[in-house]
Design a protein around this ligand. Structure first.
Ligand SMILES: Cc1ncc(C[n+]2csc(CCOP(=O)(O)OP(=O)(O)O)c2C)c(N)n1
Ligand code: SF4
Length: 323
């Protein structure tokens, strides 16, 4: 845990949390301790883009929550000066879902590694996508288990040697974009790369503004264990293809650098699925967005009770069954 304890009976009302109290936040207001990630780790870039976004959107630190599982990337909440929950490996999404359903006024961000999200947490990833609860879900995909020292992950390219599969990963890599686009009720699917800050920022911004579950796969370098993974792509913008559309993600600085552009309307799910298939180039942009999909929080209306009231009701219920 990184931040002050949450009072189970909040003293401020929902109205007060949303009220403009005249404070102005700078990036420093969101910055926690100096990160302990390796030098050159792509997680640094995601952290600073996120802090920039929070400052641009003037999110109140006390009304913002970062939830993670376990992994290098999951140290993220420690480095934010907001509320945070550094949870259990693979379980970030159920925790984040619970927070958002209980406190809908909070802005919720979930940060997961590829092991966390598409391996041990795969079941939660599928159902969180379908539930479409309003939050930003970041998959920081370095194609390896970093914290546990270069173990093969589901997104490790076939043939890539690791400490658990030294002769190379046996199976073709799982494609998180194709998989998410195949889940019923998926409402926002995007891909970006941490070494392209303008695109990373524009993607985070679009995800934050989406109403629903915004799934963003961030391609992330792990120079410590997989320095060769993205080497050529980082040096050569010719290996990147940008999805472009008036309703897509705009990063004008990158538009000038990247020659290869593919027109793609993010409302076109079939087109998105085709573009998500493995290709020679890395495709970045907004694959799919549809804000008309139902969100789970809209389908249920629970009375808003304090923790004390809930405990009292639970006590009454138990009493009914006591002999
Ligand atoms: C239930 C459980 N199983 C396994 C582990 C060991 N473990 C910790 S982090 C991790 C994988 C980390 O990889 P990833 O999620 O891709 O994040 P990264 O470190 O690469 O950012 C594993 C297997 C654990 N902590 N808990
Ligand atoms: S091991 Fe890799 S993912 Fe972990 S902090 Fe170092 S560079 Fe980042």
């Amino acid at each position: 845990m990184t931040t002050p304890a949450i009072d189970p009976t909040p003293s401020c009302s929902l109205l007060e949390l949303g009220h403009d109290d005249g404070r102005v936040f700078s990036m420093a207001d969101y910055q926690g301790p100096v990160p302990r990630w390796c030098s050159g780790c792509g997680d640094h870039s995601v952290l600073s883009a996120t802090q920039r976004l929070l400052a641009a959107e003037q999110l109140k630190p006390e009304a913002t929550v970062f939830v993670s599982g376990i992994g290098c990337s999951s140290r993220f909440p420690h480095y934010m000066k907001t509320y945070g929950f550094h949870g259990i490996h693979g379980r970030a999404l159920p925790v984040a879902t619970g927070i958002k359903l209980t406190r809908p006024e909070l802005k919720v961000f979930t940060v997961m590694g590829d092991g966390d999200c598409v391996s041990i947490g795969a079941g939660h990833w599928v159902h969180a996508t379908r539930y479409n609860v309003d939050m930003v879900a970041l998959l920081l995909d370095n194609n390896i288990y970093g914290l546990t020292k270069k173990q093969t992950s589901p997104t490790t390219p076939q043939g890539y040697a690791s400490n658990t599969q030294p002769r190379g990963s046996y199976l073709p890599a799982l494609n998180p974009l194709e998989a998410t686009l195949g889940i019923t009720n998926a409402s926002f699917v995007a891909q970006t790369a941490e070494w392209l800050p303008p695109h990373l920022y524009a993607t985070l911004e679009a995800a934050y503004r989406h109403r629903g579950f915004a799934f963003v796969r961030v391609l992330q370098r792990c120079p410590h264990f997989t320095p060769d993974m993205y080497g050529e792509v980082v040096k050569d913008p010719g290996r990147v293809e940008l999805l472009v559309h008036e309703n897509g993600i705009f990063a004008p600085e990158l538009d000038r650098m990247v020659e290869h552009k593919i027109p793609h309307d993010p409302a076109d799910l079939d087109g998105a699925r085709r573009l998500a298939e493995p290709a020679a180039a890395i495709r970045l942009g907004l694959f799919f967005r549809d804000e008309t999909h139902p969100r789970y929080e809209e389908t249920r209306s629970l009375p808003r009770l304090t923790a004390r009231e809930k405990t009292a009701l639970l006590g009454e219920e138990f009493d009914r069954h006591a002999v």
